[in-house]
Design a binder for this molecule. Structure first.
Ligand code: SAM
Length: 271
């Protein structure tokens, strides 16, 4: 190759480097995803829970480091991150992949990536049976759709919802946050043990009707039937019969406790 061709090639190569370099610089830097309040979601738009209400919800659920918390539709990850800061392991289930990535960045910025994890998934197709605490800010219709699955969770599982209720399943506790302008109410439910049916008790046959956490029924001994009424708090049962207060714990097909200073126990089945 003669010297002039060599210089021609070299200068072409240099020109390409300059042009391509300039082109690369002219490209705008990739914009980080910015969420917008009200942006569409699969079943519900994104509106963040005010931080004061997040704190109130986790306080009502008495979240401790022993709990596994799952937020259904976790948005920017704030509830999961706050639970992780309380020492719990927490998972956010979120359909929007950009929100999932944003949540991961937020968790990393807060130094809780080891405890706060996020999954891109549809909450209706996700298994949340391992959670001790479920948090949600969805819609009344979605809460109702989830209600049968929630009622099948382990007794004692705590459910906290921003603003929306579960119709006939009345909350065990409702709290408002003072000085908050929008979305300021939280409801708590404790999944009740299933006790409907007949039980054999030393005093006779205990027949229980159950409506969510409320119970009614009778204790029948021969021809004598005494009405009962009471409630469940997870696996804790309490009811009154003929002015005597029964308290106890349900464990599958057995329950036991104390009534008027005496021990009592019952086994499912009766006669
Ligand atoms: C009202 S926002 C609540 C966000 C967050 N939990 C909070 O309290 O700040 C509801 C979130 O649910 C998400 N979402 C909607 N439908 C969903 C579905 N089927 N599965 C998972 N996430 C869903 C939306 O993308 C949105 O981020």
């Amino acid at each position: 190759m003669n010297a002039s061709r060599h210089w021609a090639r070299l200068s072409l190569a240099l020109s390409l480097v300059v042009i391509l370099g300039g082109f690369a610089q002219a490209q705008p830097a990739k914009q980080e995803f910015q969420p917008e309040v009200g942006q569409a979601g699969k079943d519900v738009v994104w509106v963040p829970t005010p931080q004061e209400l997040v704190d109130k919800m986790l306080e009502m659920a008495k979240v401790t480091p022993k709990d596994y918390v799952i937020d259904l539709g976790s948005g920017d990850g704030r509830t999961v991150i706050t639970a992780a800061k309380r020492g719990s392991k927490a998972l956010g289930i979120e359909y929007n992949p950009d929100m999932v990535e944003l949540s991961k960045r937020n968790a990393a910025n807060e130094g809780v990536s080891d405890k706060a994890t996020f999954m891109k998934a549809d909450l209706f197709e996700s298994d949340f049976s391992q959670a001790q605490v479920i948090t949600m800010f969805l819609l009344p219709s979605i809460n109702l759709k989830l209600r049968p699955k929630i009622l099948n969770l382990k007794p004692g599982t705590r459910i906290v919802s921003n603003s929306f209720d579960m119709e006939e399943w009345k909350p065990d506790q409702t709290e408002n946050v003072e000085g908050c302008s929008n979305w300021c109410t939280a409801h708590l439910w404790i999944v009740p043990a299933k006790v409907a049916g007949t039980w054999k008790l030393a005093q006779g046959e205990l027949a229980i009707k159950q409506t969510f956490q409320m119970i009614s029924g009778t204790i029948r001994n021969g021809k004598v039937s005494t009405p009962i009424s009471g409630k469940l708090n997870g696996d804790q049962i309490s009811f009154t019969a003929a002015g005597v207060q029964y308290t106890g714990r349900v464990n599958g097909n057995a329950m036991d406790g104390t009534a008027g200073g005496n021990k009592w126990s019952a086994a499912r089945g009766g006669k």
